[in-house]
Design a protein around this ligand. Structure first.
Ligand code: PHE
Length: 337
């Protein structure tokens, strides 16, 4: 076999080799003592004076090329193969793409309905002052929700205002109204905290969307109309809404709003407790004392506010029966949405 052929075949075989063992066999085959190249080199003496330099040069060049091809491939193998403990024949580890958490999606979907009506989105801090969370909202000192079992208080230096983890998003009403004059139309999505024992419907942390609108001559009918519109946009056109009288210290009058049960369409089932209605939010006309606390002139403005629990709404919309599923981070659950 002539030298050019040796080179061509060696190149091909080296390219096809997939293990270090195969490369070692090829090294012996092409560069070892019994290889054809070695035989050519050791037989140079028998050649004529004219042939000797030509054949010698070609054989040496061929040897150098095969040597470097082998070295290159061996070192590439060593970097990413058995030598470094990695088996490159194993299938790769697929990088999974993450996705938005279902609670973030619902939070945005709720806010978006109001953004389309002209509301803007404002976020407040999760650590709040006692004033913004309670006093400014007309929640008196002796109100039961002030007690520590309803609120996580934060150790605060003496003579400093007490801080806490906000127990609702309503303190953002105070923050926004103190800094801005009406007209205001604001939605506030965010986390809230309450020291509740965790069970299928309670969590020490959950999410709320607050909304409020302040201007001249805002009426309860404006509140009803906007929330009704929200219910239809969010749950579908067949949804009915009703308002029941309720009490919140920061609204007067106050109401709770129910939607017709989305499981049984109001006929009565286990989800709605045979009532046909599901409570989804608290609302009312902003109390005059709240306006007083933020420095608005008495009687100058009127407005409404509402607040809803996002987990509860997500559970109703997607038929989820345990709030803990949202926070356990089991991908099999989260992947479904
Ligand atoms: N902040 C109230 C709650 O957490 C909900 C609410 C907001 C009620 C605004 C009325 C007006 O229960």
């Amino acid at each position: 076999m002539d030298i050019t052929n040796i080179k061509i075949i060696a190149e091909k075989e080296i390219a096809q080799a997939v293990t270090l063992e195969e490369l070692e066999t090829l090294r012996i085959k092409y560069l070892g003592k019994k290889s054809q190249l070695s035989k050519v080199l050791s037989g140079l003496g028998k050649l004529s004076q004219q042939e000797r330099p030509l054949v010698g040069k070609a054989a040496n060049e061929c040897k150098i090329i095969i040597q470097s091809l082998l070295e290159e491939k061996v070192s590439a193998f060593k970097i990413n193969s058995a030598e470094s403990g990695v088996d490159i024949t194993l299938p790769g580890i697929r990088k999974e793409l993450g996705k938005e958490h279902i609670i973030s999606t619902v939070l945005k979907d709720i806010s978006d309905v109001f953004v389309k009506m002209g509301f803007c989105v404002v976020q407040g801090p999760e650590i709040e002052t006692e004033f913004n969370n309670f006093t400014g909202l007309n929640i008196p000192l002796d109100h039961p929700s002030r007690e520590s079992f309803d609120t996580f208080y934060i150790k605060t230096e003496k003579n400093r205002e007490r801080l806490l983890l906000r127990s609702h998003t309503s303190p953002v009403q105070i923050r926004v109204m103190r800094e801005n004059k009406p007209p205001l139309a604001v939605v506030v999505p965010g986390k809230v905290y309450r020291p509740d024992a965790v069970d299928a419907s309670h969590s020490f942390m959950f999410h709320q969307v607050e909304g409020f609108l302040v201007d001249k001559n805002i009426k309860f009918s404006d509140l009803k109309g906007m929330l009704q519109k929200f219910a239809v946009e969010f749950f579908g056109s067949q949804i009915k809404m009703r308002f029941r009288p309720h009490f919140f210290p920061f609204t007067e009058p106050s109401a709770e709003a129910d939607i017709s049960c989305i499981i049984c369409q109001g006929r009565g089932c286990s989800v709605c407790g045979r009532k046909g209605w599901l409570e989804i939010l608290g609302a009312g006309m902003i109390h005059p004392n709240v306006f007083k606390h933020v420095g608005y002139k008495q009687g100058a403005y009127s407005g409404f506010a509402f607040g809803m629990g996002v987990e509860r709404i997500a559970m109703l919309k997607y038929g989820i029966n345990d709030i803990r599923l949202f926070f356990e981070n089991d991908k099999r659950f989260l992947k479904q949405f």
